[in-house]
Ligand binder design. Structure first.
Ligand SMILES: [Zn+2]
Length: 128
């Protein structure tokens, strides 16, 4: 059980994340139907089609981003239920309350997160 947070704090984070999940699910549902709606427009000329394609691409990026966020939130709620919430998955330290306040779905402490981001950027640059 997470011993640096009270039950009330855990319940607070859980409530926050459940609200975010509901919001994301609602947005994903409306985004999916919008993406289908633009698909049926066959009257558009070449330029319109290009901008529609671009808009759809951005929309799909947003959908992917939302889905990823949703997965993170669900995993964090699972960690609350299992008692692992609030600890860094990499070094096992407590994640600061300030950080959890801003992003309750955080899996790493600030130090591990910045190391990870540095490595991700580094790998990405090397591949690109
Ligand atoms: Zn850490």
């Amino acid at each position: 059980m997470c011993d640096f947070m009270t039950k009330d704090q855990l319940a607070y984070y859980k409530g926050q994340m459940e609200a975010q999940i509901a919001e994301l699910e609602e947005r994903l549902n409306s985004q999916a139907s919008q993406a289908i709606a633009t698909d049926t427009n066959e009257m558009a000329d070449e330029i319109d089609r290009a901008s529609i394609e671009e808009a759809r691409r951005l929309e799909l990026n947003r959908i992917e981003h939302d889905k990823l966020h949703l997965r993170k939130l669900r995993a964090a709620i699972r960690r609350i239920n299992e008692g692992d919430f609030g600890y860094c998955e990499s070094c096992g330290d407590e994640i600061s309350l300030k950080r959890l306040q801003a992003r309750p779905e955080s899996r790493y402490c600030v130090e591990c997160q910045s190391t990870k981001e540095f490595n991700d950027t580094h790998v990405f640059r090397r591949v690109a």
